[in-house]
Every structure is written in structure tokens, then in C-alpha cells.
Design a protein around this ligand. Structure first.
Ligand SMILES: Nc1nc2c(ncn2[C@@H]2O[C@H](COP(=O)(O)OP(=O)(O)OP(=O)(O)O)[C@@H](O)[C@H]2O)c(=O)[nH]1
Ligand SMILES: [Mg+2]
Length: 401
């Protein structure tokens, strides 16, 4: 699963990305700082099962901090998107291509209104960020629409002559965007589009199809960034008024806290509602002032920076992701080396025990016999629907079973 960080230029996409991944990327106060996409690894945080099972775990790949499991997930930060991008304006639509594989989107918005529609600086409060949200969604739609419209009339006529299925055609055209036939069928059904006569679809109907397909296959939330600036307060409420999911974010503050934590200056874990200065004497005057500002303008106002919340929400909320703990010994909860609760896998909502086997190792899936629920000792079939925080042993006749 991959989550894309999108938005108009200069809103703090790369700052959000850097705060989530601690990857060193270019951040600057002008549009189009990012040209090539940045791919990195962030974490989602979920309650670990170690406490409940009364064990001390020994994870690899993920980590367990005070009973919270941090599980790696992939995130991509792309160039800023301006009006007309779908037709090649700004940095064009290359970065839209970069987003094709994204399963969900975090749209970063400058909630403070201190950048205009193209990302140039204006005094805080001057620009309306609601406009940005609509522009970004619309450009995305125009881009998808362009992919379909190019040969639509011709393809529609040919489908009608040959008896070909329009749903197959649409799914094939959009397959590079992680859109499946089932997605297309669901949208066509919902919009009651006439599949036997695609040549009769109006441009509006094709656009409606695109809008609904985007919503279904690229679900998104708004990271209302620069929330530390006072002009953001009112805009956050207005953004919420549009019925979209909005998470107030202070990416710069999160980045500062995570870097300070790395250097041992503060005790802070992503997602925490506050932080503590480890040793005040170690801080320079500027550092102390910056941290005080984070305390006053972010922590006291929002109870956190929102960055971890947005990442979590993208995976657990939009993608209904679940975290599963595979083990080889279901009584000791260990792998073959005796590591306790070594792995935590992020799976799509709706995944089965067999999907888990496939994720662990293809041999396990080939010879899949059953899974064992470590909590109850019960045997589970391959079509068992995984639940968040399941602890499972896969029994297989395959090599690794
Ligand atoms: N006040 C405030 N400023 C922020 C915050 N996050 C980012 N910024 C500033 O916003 C400016 C743009 O940040 P970037 O992360 O480069 O923005 P971007 O959206 O990646 O920009 P492009 O790559 O040019 O599209 C920088 O000056 C950041 O320091 C925040 O939470 N609060
Ligand atoms: Mg950037």
C-alpha cells in the first residue's frame, strides 16, 4: 500500500513528508521546490499485543515503544499541482503519473492562507484554502478524464459493433492507476450508466464516472497544514464544512520535534500529545524559544502536531488497513529464532489468512493448510477475514510451513 502526499506548491508537502519519514528532502519557501518525487518510509502506530499477551517482544523491521507498535509504510511526496497541470502547466502532469500507484492521498493544504493558488507568498489569511482543495481534485479528475476521452468516441462505437464490454475497456484504460474491473463496475452501477450504449454517454456522464472512480480508488483526507499560524483556525473550520475529513497539521513543528528527539534533546514519540525537554541546559536560546512556540501554538491548541494522526488515518481510516502479527510458535509467540512477536504486517482491509500467508512467503501460501489463532488456539481456514491485531501461525505443507 502506498499513500501519496499531494497539493498545490509551497504548502508544506515535503515538510510533512520529512516529518513523517525523517528523510532529508528539499524544503523551501517558494513554489516547485520538489520536482522529482520523494519516496520514503513512515510508520503507522497501533497498540502492540505484547502487553495483552504478557510478553516482552523483540521486533525486527517494526519497533515497539512503550506498548505501541510502529509499523513501516510507504509514502510518496510529489511536485506541486497548479491549475492547468493536467494539460501540462507548471511541472505538467508527470507527477500525476508518479501518483498512479497511490492507494490513497493526503492532500496537504496551506490552511493559513499565506500562499496564492499557484503557491506564491501572500500575507497570511489572504488566500482561501477551500479553493485549493477543489482545484487539486479537479485537476486530478481532468487528468483521468483526459486518459479516457482521448479515443472515447471511437472506442465506444467499436465496442458497440463488436459487443465488447465498456467496463472492460474502462478498467483497461485505468489499470495503470490501480483501478480494477470491480471498481469500474461498482461506479457504473451506482451511476446507472448505460453499458450497452457508451456512445450515448455525455461528457458530463464521463466526468461523473471519473469523479466517482477517484473517490473510490484514491480516497483522500486533508492535512490542514501550517496550523500553528493563527489565520488557520477559522479556515480549518471552513475546510471541515465541506464534508471532507480534515486533520489540522503542524508539519514544521513535527519535523523539529522528531529531529530534537533524535538528538536526545526532547522525549517525544510521533503521535504524542506533548513532549518534555530532557535537559534544559543543553538547549540554545533559539531552540528553547522554538520549542516554547510549539508548546503554545500547537500542543496546547490541537493536542498534537497531527502528522502521525494523518498518516494513521490514511492507512487505518481510508484504506481500512489492519496490522497482523504472524508467529511460527503460537504458544511462545516466537519465530524460528525465538524472537518474540518479531513481525507486524500491514494488510489491506478485507485480507484473508491466505493473503497473509502469501505476504509472509509464497511457499507458505502454496501449501496452505490452515492458520491458528494464538489467542484461542482455534484453527482458521484460508478465507478467514483478518482482524486488526490478530496473532496467527500459518500451517503449511510448503517449505517454510
Ligand atoms: N508556519 C509553518 N510553515 C510551514 C509548515 N510546514 C511547512 N512550512 C513552510 O512552508 C514552506 C514550503 O514548504 P515545503 O515543504 O517545501 O512545501 P511543498 O509543498 O513541498 O512545496 P513544493 O515542493 O514547492 O510544491 C517552507 O518555508 C516551510 O518551512 C508549518 O507547519 N507551519
Ligand atoms: Mg516539496
Amino acid at each position: 500500500m502506498l499513500v501519496g502526499v499531494v497539493g498545490k506548491p509551497n504548502v508544506g508537502k515535503s515538510t510533512f513528508f520529512a516529518a513523517a519519514t525523517l528523510k532529508d528532502v528539499q524544503i523551501a519557501d517558494y513554489p516547485f521546490t520538489t520536482v522529482k518525487p520523494n519516496v520514503g518510509v513512515a510508520s503507522i502506530v497501533t497498540e502492540c499485543v505484547c502487553k495483552e499477551m504478557g510478553v516482552v517482544d523483540n521486533p525486527k523491521g517494526s519497533s515497539c515503544i512503550r506498548g505501541w507498535r510502529l509499523v513501516p509504510v510507504r509514502v510518496i511526496d510529489v511536485a506541486g499541482l497548479v491549475e492547468g497541470a493536467s494539460a501540462g502547466k507548471g511541472l505538467g502532469n508527470q507527477f500525476l503519473d508518479d501518483l498512479r500507484q497511490a492507494d490513497a492521498l493526503i492532500q496537504v493544504v496551506d490552511a493559513s492562507g499565506s500562499t496564492d493558488l499557484e503557491g506564491r507568498k501572500v500575507p497570511p489569511g489572504v488566500h482561501d484554502p477551500v479553493e485549493d482543495v477543489e482545484m487539486v481534485e479537479h485537476e486530478f479528475d481532468l487528468w483521468m478524464y483526459g486518459i479516457l476521452k482521448r479515443d472515447w468516441e471511437k472506442a465506444a462505437r467499436s465496442l458497440e459493433q463488436t459487443g465488447g464490454k465498456v467496463t472492460n475497456h474502462l478498467a483497461e484504460r485505468l489499470s495503470g492507476l490501480s483501478v480494477t474491473l470491480a471498481d469500474v463496475e461498482a461506479v457504473v452501477l451506482r451511476l446507472r450508466l448505460r453499458t450497452e450504449k457508451p456512445s450515448g454517454w455525455t461528457d458530463d456522464q464521463l466526468m461523473q464516472f471519473v469523479v466517482e472512480t477517484r473517490k473510490l480508488t484514491k480516497p483522500s483526507l486533508i492535512a490542514a497544514n501550517k496550523a500553528d499560524l493563527q489565520t488557520s483556525y477559522r479556515n480549518i473550520e471552513r475546510l471541515r464544512g465541506g464534508g471532507r475529513q480534515v486533520v489540522p497539521c503542524a508539519s514544521e513543528a513535527e519535523l523539529m520535534l522528531r529531529r530534537a528527539a533524535e538528538r536526545g534533546l526532547v522525549a517525544y514519540t510521533p503521535g504524542d500529545k506533548g513532549f518534555t525537554v530532557t535537559d534544559p541546559v543543553k538547549l540554545s536560546g533559539a531552540q528553547a524559544a522554538a520549542l516554547k512556540m510549539v508548546e503554545e501554538k500547537v500542543m496546547k491548541v490541537y493536542g498534537g502536531t497531527g502528522v502521525q494522526e494523518a498518516v494513521n488515518e490514511a492507512f487505518f481510516g481510508l484504506l481500512k488497513a489492519i496490522v497482523v502479527f504472524p508467529v511460527e510458535d503460537e504458544t511462545k509467540l516466537t519465530d524460528k529464532d525465538g524472537r518474540v512477536l518479531p513481525d507486524a504486517f500491514v494488510m489491506r482491509g478485507g485480507s484473508t489468512a491466505l493473503d497473509l500467508a502469501r505476504t509472509v512467503h509464497s511457499d507458505l501460501a502454496d501449501g496452505f493448510l490452515y492458520a491458528v489463532d494464538a489467542r484461542t488456539g482455534k484453527r482458521l481456514a484460508g478465507d478467514y477475514l483478518l482482524q486488526n491485531r490478530d496473532i496467527l501461525k500459518i500451517v503449511s505443507s510448503g517449505k517454510r510451513g
